[in-house]
Design a protein around this ligand. Structure first.
Ligand SMILES: *Cc1c(COP(=O)(O)O)cnc(C)c1O
Length: 968
């Protein structure tokens, strides 16, 4: 332990370095907030002399590893940027015309720089505190409006993880919503994307749903089914009128889901108009780079009556304490994963940042701009097809939007190879068929090159008679307008757009303003050097199904990352496919199921989950087809081993697994973890350790070594991918060797074993953001990572020590120490003063803070996770704010301030409220708005007062409100 010195602050004199012996500041000293001297002061407060001593006292001896991590030593920022440049250069950028749900798109530069590359957007947290999230909530409401308008359905959610999983969510939604049919059959059209089909099959299996593939354009097959899915346009490019199909399906008591292309919908009749109950898809081609598969915003819209079944988050309109329009997450208690085993979906982290980008693309282009892009794309495809026909090549489908299937008997591979030589990727469908997808970025030269690859010498575009028949049948031409709301007309100049983005970002509190002390969410630094490479075209423009020899850089990066993550967790194999923690959980449980099944023990279906677990755990277990049995916690918040014994005994033959979070969601290193793993193993079960709290373990303990079989990690927590306002995420699943054969696979991967589950649409999930975590590991090196864990645990214990005299700190482990977070118990003051956890959370906004996690895992408490990145001054600012708030509560307790009128219940205070001509409160405006004095810091003003969530739920509005709504 003694070799784990905390990071040094400031330039170090390195005897071995040249040029005067001054080495660059190590990155770890940039990432870790408190320097050596500050850490000493913090240690003194906690009562230890070194970080090593503190960690040894906090963690059980049985799990401590004393071996240094076997990772490459830390490299400097310039060096890492150079290495990433080399990896990027090993990818080959191409004109991507493969299609299948991933298309070239121009990200407007104003959006690229001022959303994707702007920390005000990408470092924001999920908008659970709506008062400080009005900017991104408005952007998400715009997103919902875009989806509702284009799909022609009543209500859309604020993003799902990708198109494949959105289709799977639609399948299970149809199963639940359909009370008429008892059939287990879900029909899938043969022209859906192959990756969507793979995800559907994976998700159907544990739930007893039978996926049946048929050519639905030929009509409905015989037999019963509860729902169906078609693609519009299909994978082949074919556009089919689904009106009769929808009517026939409804006639037979089934629900219809259409997977639709957003750009196509700008020209095509919307599925909602022809009878679809649910529409799903991806918003990728609205300005979001392909990124080798993600991240992109999946979407779902539903007809009226199904909105309460929507998975993921739904933004709605409500009002604040002054009656002003204000946004917040609607039906929030129904955000499905919170309902645990009663949840219908496990989605927690979604794709907020990408949904914001897609919405802004629509805001910037407006309805006419979108129509123009769609029309141009369609026109190019029309010309392409005409040229092919001129050259004697058969075009398979008469009706298409952007994608053309060309028949070249026996010659498809040759055409695809010739196009590749010309820098263009086409889709090799089979030996006789080539797929060619046009998009916003397609140019005349690309068409000429494609024709040449077919051996057709068309000298120029004008040569082709493109006045051939319009490939969209009249019945499918869209007549319904869209995006009539003024927001889609008001920001069309770049100046206006820039100001709109700035205006929204200024409404929000993100990490670029101050600390976001959210328990379990690890809101640490997202370093600029880590972020920069993700928008390089060599990473951003790669199609997920590009041939392997064009993606060598990505593959090397992925291999490194898998190896390094295996090393730091002690596991043998890692899959990066899951695109959120929730999906990693599902993948891990499916691996456990696969393992039991292979051993002839598929009756093992009970998953033990402690009562303190994160909601996703139980929701994932249900999705994996398991029965959830809850294990109690004792008074100290630890898993109750006696109850565990009882539950194991009760389910001895059917025990599949236990899912535990370590350190626990109570922020404590449970001492008996090794014992717990042993008990489950002895009973034939597997141990799943939820690795979302890995920030408290890295470098000190490895779940794969202290008894766990499988874990998911959250790269958007521990490994520095920013939260993006609620996504993107990456949730790798890591497992020991015996589970490795059951980790995710993908139909588009060479040599894929079809028995493996597919949990994301893309083979490597959200590959486009993996450079962030790669860079973090490379920059920190083994010592930096270890020092970060030490600093994170020290910071949490420092906060606990300083807050304890003022508020009880719930739960502590050995020696009264917490792990990387601590729970501040507000229930006693709520009892004595009526001041609730909500009041304290909102009052923290007046003090310039984002509230901690509220009422999870214990109602009436705040869970605080400072992370290693906050320096001592910021930690102290938080402590002082909490102490000042405690003093304010005292005034309520003593009756100096009434329970109805005090700065806590009235928080947050807006500038408008404080500058109003009348002020009738018993406390001053100064006390309200600048409670800790003026300071040098720019004051953050919440743009709205306390939001009435219940009002919005009673009056559910999930699209942009009309301008008149704001004029009162
Ligand atoms: C965040 C979290 C999850 C879920 O991860 P998502 O990426 O949001 O799906 C699961 N378990 C715990 C303990 C978490 O903190």
């Amino acid at each position: 332990m003694t070799d784990r010195a905390p990071a040094q602050r400031g330039p170090e004199i390195d005897e071995t370095a040249g040029l005067g012996g001054v080495a660059a500041v190590p990155f770890a000293a940039r990432h870790i907030g408190p320097g050596a001297a500050e850490q000493q002061r913090m240690l003194a407060e906690v009562g230890y002399s070194s970080v090593a001593e503190l960690l040894a006292a906090a963690m059980p001896e049985t799990i401590l590893t004393r071996q240094a991590l076997r990772l490459p030593p830390a490299a400097g920022e310039a060096e890492v940027t150079g290495e990433l440049r080399r990896l990027a250069d090993a990818n080959r950028t191409m004109v991507q015309m493969i299609g299948l749900g991933y298309y070239g798109t121009h990200t407007p530069a104003v959006i690229l720089r001022n959303v994707l590359e702007d920390p005000a957007w990408y470092t924001a947290y999920t908008p659970y505190q709506p008062e400080i999230s009005q900017g991104r909530l408005e952007a998400l409401l715009n997103f919902q409006t875009v989806i509702e308008d284009l799909t022609g359905l009543a209500v859309a959610g604020a993003s799902l993880l990708d198109e494949g999983t959105a289709a799977a969510e639609a399948m299970t939604l149809a199963r639940r919503a359909n009370k008429k049919s008892t059939s287990p059959v879900f029909l899938v059209d043969s022209d859906v994307f192959p990756q969507t089909l793979a995800v559907l099959r994976t998700r159907a299996l544990p739930l007893g749903i039978e996926v049946r593939v048929a050519d639905l354009a030929a009509g409905l097959p015989d037999g019963e089914f509860f729902g169906l899915l078609t693609q519009y346009p299909g994978a082949s490019g074919r556009v089919v009128d689904h009106e009769a199909l929808c009517a026939a399906a409804h006639e037979r008591g089934a629900l219809v889901t259409v997977a639709a292309d957003l750009l196509g919908l700008c020209l095509l009749r919307p599925p909602g108009e022809v009878g679809a109950d649910v529409v799903v898809g991806s918003a990728q081609r609205f300005g979001v780079p392909m990124g080798f598969g993600g991240p992109h915003a999946g979407f779902m819209s539903v007809r009226k009556g199904l909105e309460r079944m929507l998975p993921g988050r739904l933004v709605g309109v409500s009002k604040d304490a002054d009656g002003q329009v204000a946004y917040r997450l609607a039906l929030q208690t129904r955000e499905q994963h919170i309902r645990r085993e009663k949840a219908t979906s496990n989605i927690c982290t979604a794709q907020v940042l990408l949904a914001v980008m897609a919405s802004m693309y629509a805001v910037y282009h407006g309805p006419d701009g979108l129509r123009r892009i769609a029309a141009r794309t369609h026109r190019l495809a029309t010309i392409l097809a005409a040229g092919l026909r001129t050259g004697g090549v058969e075009v398979v489908h008469e009706a298409f939007f952007d994608t053309v299937s060309a028949r070249v008997p026996g010659g498809a591979a040759q055409v695809v190879a010739a196009a590749r030589d010309a820098g263009i990727n086409l889709r090799l469908v089979d030996a006789d068929t080539v797929g060619i997808a046009c998009d916003e970025t397609t140019g005349d030269g690309d068409l000429l090159a494609v024709w040449r690859a077919f051996g057709i010498a068309v000298p120029s575009i004008s040569e082709v008679d493109a006045r051939c028949a319009e490939p969209l049948p009249a019945a499918l031409v869209r007549s319904a307008g869209y995006l009539a709301h003024p927001v889609f007309a008001a920001h069309r100049s770049e100046t206006a757009m820039l100001r709109y983005l700035r205006d929204l970002a200024d409404k929000d509190y993100a990490l670029d303003r101050g600390m976001i002390p959210l328990g379990s969410c690890t809101m640490k630094l997202n370093a600029t050097t880590e972020m920069e490479p993700i928008t390089w075209p060599e990473f951003a423009s790669i199609h997920p199904f590009a041939p392997a020899d064009q993606t060598e850089g990505y593959r090397e990066l992925i291999d490194d990352l898998c190896r390094w993550l295996a090393e730091v967790t002690g596991y043998d194999a890692v899959s990066l496919q899951p695109n959120a923690g929730s999906q990693g959980e599902l993948a891990g449980l499916l691996a456990i199921h696969g393992y039991h099944q292979a051993r002839g023990e598929s009756q093992r279906d009970v998953c033990l989950i402690p009562s303190s677990a994160h909601g996703t755990n139980a929701a994932s277990a249900v999705m994996a087809g398991m029965r959830v049995v809850v294990v109690a916690c004792d008074d100290d918040g630890n898993v109750d081993l006696a109850d565990l014994d009882a539950k194991i005994a009760a389910h001895a033959d059917s025990l599949a697994a236990i899912m535990v979070t370590y350190p626990s969601t109570h922020g404590v290193y449970e001492q008996q973890i090794a014992q717990l793993c042993g008990k489950v193993h002895d009973a034939g079960g597997q141990v799943y350790v939820d690795g979302a709290n890995l920030n408290a373990l890295l470098g000190f303990a490895k779940p794969g070594r202290f008894g766990a079989d499988v874990s998911h990690l959250n790269l958007h927590k521990t490994f520095c991918i920013p939260h993006g306002g609620g996504g993107p995420g990456v949730g790798p699943v890591a497992a020991r060797a015996h589970l490795a054969p059951y980790l995710p696979g993908h139909p588009m991967l060479d040599g894929n074993d079809p028995q493996r589950p597919t949990v994301s649409a893309a083979p490597y999930g959200s590959a486009g953001i993996l450079p962030i975590s790669w860079a973090y590991l490379r920059l920190m090196g083994p010592d930096g990572l270890t020092a970060a864990t030490g600093a994170a645990v020290l910071a949490a214990n420092y906060l606990a020590a300083r807050l304890r005299p003022h508020f009880p700190v719930l739960y502590a482990g050995a020696n009264g120490l917490v792990a990387h977070e601590c729970i501040v118990d507000l229930r006693p003051v709520t009892k004595s003063s009526g001041i609730s956890v909500d009041d304290v959370a909102k009052r923290l906004i007046d003090y310039g803070f984002h509230a901690p996690t509220m009422s999870f895992p214990v109602a009436g408490t705040l869970m605080v996770e400072p992370t290693e990145s906050e320096d001592l001054a910021e930690l102290d600012r938080f402590v002082e704010a909490m102490i000042a708030i405690r003093r304010e509560i005292t005034k309520v307790e003593s009756g100096e301030w009434s329970a109805e009128d005090n700065p806590l219940v009235n928080a947050p205070h807006t500038a408008r409220m404080l500058t109003a001509d009348d002020w009738s409160h018993k406390y001053s405006r100064q006390e309200a708005g600048y409670p800790n004095g003026d300071g040098a810091r720019q004051k953050y003003w919440s743009p709205v007062r306390r939001i009435d969530g219940a009002f919005g739920d009673r009056n559910l509005v999930c699209s942009c409100p009309p301008p008149e709504a704001f004029t009162q």
